[in-house]
Design a protein around this ligand. Structure first.
Ligand SMILES: [Zn+2]
Ligand SMILES: [Zn+2]
Length: 393
């Protein structure tokens, strides 16, 4: 038994059962067919003998749960749209060993099923299971692939922490047709162009070339009645939704790892991990530096000079900040504990930067008042600059 056998032979059809048949149904059908075609009952009938062999071969695979699963996987990949589109250089001239590595190179690059890992693993398992001509690698559980995704969080959600449903899309095998692309109850037919070989021969002068059949893209079968679910491609986009908890204080650019939430493993292997890249949407008021939130508050010159109490917003509720008399522009006031609450329960601060606003225009009364003010005001304190100016001019 080889990979080629598994790709080419429809054991379900041989046993006359549906793909969904239970192991009991398979066993029952096998017994009936084996009895009918048994050489003892059909002495001297080579057709019956061939039939008996085929039925036995089919049952050797379908009658074994593990082999049956591998066979299904193999055929779903080969019958799928990915394979159909990507198979290039499939197979050698008739009767030559099937060039599996070429198939794989083509299919893995196409990416319907993601990286090449799944294919390679499946193949090594086929080979070690079937004793075919390929490199026998130890067959064992394979870890599922890691999945990366990105999510955009609102500023406040990132600060407080939030649980969001995350919908992930991944290519998968169509459940309706198990990837062979055929409408349930039907089977892909043997390709009429290559009679199932998957290759055709072209003559050019003294040479003849074998090339993948254009009609079936090297698969050897064609879908007659298309599966309504996948339109005959054998592949569908599968979605799954996870509730992901983003901890309070998650920052823009952070990557969160959710162990075991990636793609499921194969043959009992562990699932891969899910990595979520976090984008945090900026807030219209607040900025953030580490665990501190930042806010800029405009104040008037009289407020800076005379002092005032400011009501400023925080992410939850407002606080009153005292601006002492004589506060310079640019001073930073601190509202303790009004920043990002960390996991240990401690919180950063809200840093409020005061920005003294200079009015572009003032009323006549204000102008008069300012001129009076100016006369009473001590110099700004730039004597050292004036000294330098005098020296260099
Ligand atoms: Zn389908
Ligand atoms: Zn063909």
């Amino acid at each position: 038994m080889s990979a080629k056998d598994w790709v080419e032979k429809d054991y379900y059809a041989t046993l006359g059962v549906q793909k969904s048949a239970s192991s009991d149904e398979i066993k029952k059908s096998y017994r009936k067919l084996a009895r009918e075609s048994h050489p003892d009952h059909n002495p001297g009938d080579p057709k019956a003998e061939e039939r008996f062999k085929a039925v036995s071969e089919a049952y050797a695979v379908l009658g074994d749960e593990t082999k049956r699963r591998e066979y299904d996987e193999m055929r779903s990949l080969f019958g799928s749209g990915a394979f159909r589109r990507n198979a290039r250089g499939a197979g050698g001239p008739g009767g030559q060993p099937f060039d599996v590595s070429d198939l794989f190179g083509g299919a893995a690059g196409g990416g319907r099923f993601g990286g090449g890992g799944g294919f390679q693993d499946l193949f090594s398992s086929m080979f070690s299971g079937g004793g075919g001509g390929g490199p026998a690698r130890p067959r064992g559980p394979a870890r599922g692939r890691d999945v990366e995704t990105e999510v955009a969080l609102d500023f406040g959600d990132a600060v407080r922490g939030v649980t969001l449903p995350l919908t992930l899309r991944a290519p998968g095998v169509c459940d309706t047709c198990h990837g062979n692309g055929a409408k349930p109850g039907t089977q892909p037919a043997t390709c009429p162009a290559c009679h199932g070989a998957g290759t055709t021969t072209r003559n050019q002068g003294a040479f003849s070339f074998s090339e993948p059949c254009r009609n079936c893209q090297g698969v050897g079968t064609v879908v007659v009645e298309k599966c309504p679910e996948c339109q005959g491609t054998g592949g569908v986009t599968k979605t799954r939704t996870l509730n992901v908890r983003f901890p309070a204080g998650v920052a823009d650019g952070q990557r969160i790892r959710l162990a075991g939430r990636g793609e499921p493993g194969e043959r009992g292997g562990p699932a891969g991990d899910l990595f979520v890249h976090v984008k945090v949407r900026p807030d219209e008021l607040f900025g953030r530096t580490g665990d501190d939130l930042t806010l800029t508050v405009p104040i008037t010159f009289p407020e800076a000079v005379l002092g005032t109490d400011l009501r400023v917003p925080t992410l939850d509720g407002a606080v009153t900040l005292r601006v002492p008399p004589g506060t310079p522009s640019g001073r930073v006031l601190r509202a303790r504990g009004k920043g990002v609450v960390r996991r240990d329960g401690r919180a950063g601060d809200l840093l409020v930067t005061l920005d003294v606003v200079v009015p572009a225009r003032v009323s006549d009364e204000a102008r008069a008042a300012l001129e009076a003010f100016a006369e009473q005001t001590p110099p700004a304190g730039r004597e050292h600059l004036d000294a330098r100016v005098r020296r260099i001019s």
